[in-house]
Write a protein that binds this ligand. Sequence first.
Ligand code: LAN
Length: 749
Amino acid sequence: MNTEKEILQQYWKLENRKGRHTWHFEPDAALYPEYYTDAEAFWRSAKGRELKQALSDAFVYNKAQNPNSADIVYRNSKVGAPATQHENGQLTAEEASRKAIEFYTRLQEDDGHWPSDYGGPLFLLPGIVINAYVTHTPFAEEEQILMKRYMLNMQNADGGWGLHIEDKSTMFGTVMQYVALRIMGMQPGEPEMQRARSWIQSHGGAVSIPTWGKFYLSVLGAYEWKGMNSLFPEFWLLPRWLPVHPGNYWCHARMVYLGMAYCYGHKVVGKITDLVASLREEIYAEPYGKIDWKKARNTINGEDLYFPHPPVLKLANKFLNLYEVRPPKRFRRKALDAVLAYIDAEDDHTDFIDIGPVNKAINGICVWHAYGADSERFQKHLDRRSDYLWVAEDGMKMQGYNGSQLWDVVFAGQSMMEGTDATRQAAKPALKKMFSFVDAMQVREEVRDRAEFYRHPSVCGWPFSTVEHGWPITDCSSEGMKTALLLQNSSLLRDEITPLEDWRLKGAADLVLSFQNKDGGWASYELTRGPKWLEQMNPSEVFENIMIDYSYVECSSACMQGLKTFSKYYPDYRSEEIKKAIRRGGEFIARKQRADGSFYGSWAVCFCYGGWFGVEGLLTAGHKRYGDPGGPSPAITKACLFLVSKQLPDGGWGERFESCVTKEYMSTGEGQVINTAWALLALMAANYPDRTVIDRGIELIKKRQLVSGDWEQEAISGLFNHNCMITYTAYRNVFPIWALNRYAAQTAE
Ligand code: LAN
């Protein structure tokens, strides 16, 4: 029996078209026929107002228990209400894995992937709300109800909001939510708003919001453009060989900067409505007219400051701000034309999804400004707005990407290919579908004007989300290739699927090879293009390592593993080059190992994740494991001993997200299943000889399993740029399955 809350939550339905996710509000037509004839009139009626309240109440969520929701709106629609009871730990690893696979399979879509919540950061939703306000394209009433509810759910006890759901309050998080809530109709006198304002006021007011916040507020008209350091659109006109040319930046920095430079150059400001005029008085500690804007440029709140402006940037700002006194019209026009041409190209390349949630919100504003609200280009932008939105039991959020579709499938596929015959048989239907999803998501076409718009080749690569998004990523490409190879060559599926043609796999291997950096490692989307000192120009204050695409342990390990798998099935194709690439990759990873044996993980929490990729990478490069003749290699020993030293009394591993921020291992008191699975995967890969260490970890994973086969949602797992956390819902299923399978396979040997 569904509770009333569940019934209301289930009025939200997910539509999936080739991995594209959009949420639709579909209340019971017998109860609410008026909604379907004229939604706007319905929401204004007494009955509509009642539903509004009920809907908002149905998404009340208690952050104090766990800021991470469990994605139960989507999951309920597939498998009903979540189980609350745990297994008693009596199942064998093989039985626990089968149970987990059977559960997880029920969540899979017919096309082979798993839709899931990819929320976490809190500065994204306000960005798109500001976009909607400035461009006069408000979200539907039902969306606004859930967005408001989400933001209120995520308010911290002190009245503020952080950069992400688990974070302490910051000026960026708080002002952005406050403004978005006001845009969506909350009144300054409401208690949540009063508490938020008192947080803002007691921390000095919104003058100290970080630069990205200054940008959004300027576009809205609640901050002055002269309170921003120059964004110097003319950077785009510099010769490409100059390191500071934006074509050399990390693609995310490049793309965010692109739209920001457009708005800055045109001084785009939305209509100064009564609301905006009122915000000018609400969020500052002094009267708006008295603010010293020049000083405000470099005033950043202490709660937010993670990466202070380096001296090089300070100096550059001095010159560039001087240039802004009278920028030559001809240069400015030329630069802004070039910027717009690039915005158009990015929109075309990604079918208006855009590379990420930030340039999605900003490009929309630019296109509206350049071509008008009725233009086809702006309408296309609007149509893709909902791709980023997600509904869970805590409301509607904006996700960090248009989903993690491909990424989740490749890990699920690999996890279920390990294990025993029995677990593989249980996974067979799911694996078959996964194969067809991997097949469908490979990039087949090159983007238009590729070189002009600084794009590395894409064909034969795999993206993180969907092929429509289309930006290939080094490790996603390699994992896609590896998964396709493992599945299509397995006796389980071989006779039932059409394998990818050789050219597609060779093309993938070519692409992965082409992504290898001079330092032997692999970066995220492209080669490292600029020098390291470019980080000295990072103006974001809240993110670190955003200016260039660096080589990462995880990406390198994944690329090496993919290439190694490729060579197994294509031993005659570029084999010497592949061997060399793997050797150099291994050297890179070894250099990244810290003195204590650990590996910092850049894309998830943290040393457990890094440790897993580090160990697998070293092994791929030929390091010896325990039990090998002459093994284990010193680097493997050190990596294992580091992990073992972090095992908790309950047998698990538990890492706090602050590990990522401080770059030192910070333990929770209790083990968590995802961290535990990563540590175990590393130790089992290395054949760590003390089996009690591994047995105890497996016990924890088994005891934490729910009777349904699922696991509870624990703390947040994902990370970017050292300081912002992001949700990976699939991880709580996939990694325990993987660890159980590896264990079951090893104990069956
Ligand atoms: C992602 C998501 C996937 C992730 C992996 C593939 C897991 C990783 O191995 C390489 C880096 C990558 C592709 C990655 C990079 C940074 C992203 C794109 C994100 C974490 C998703 C959101 C984030 C993006 C930068 C968010 C917007 C914020 C800015 C600072 C621009």
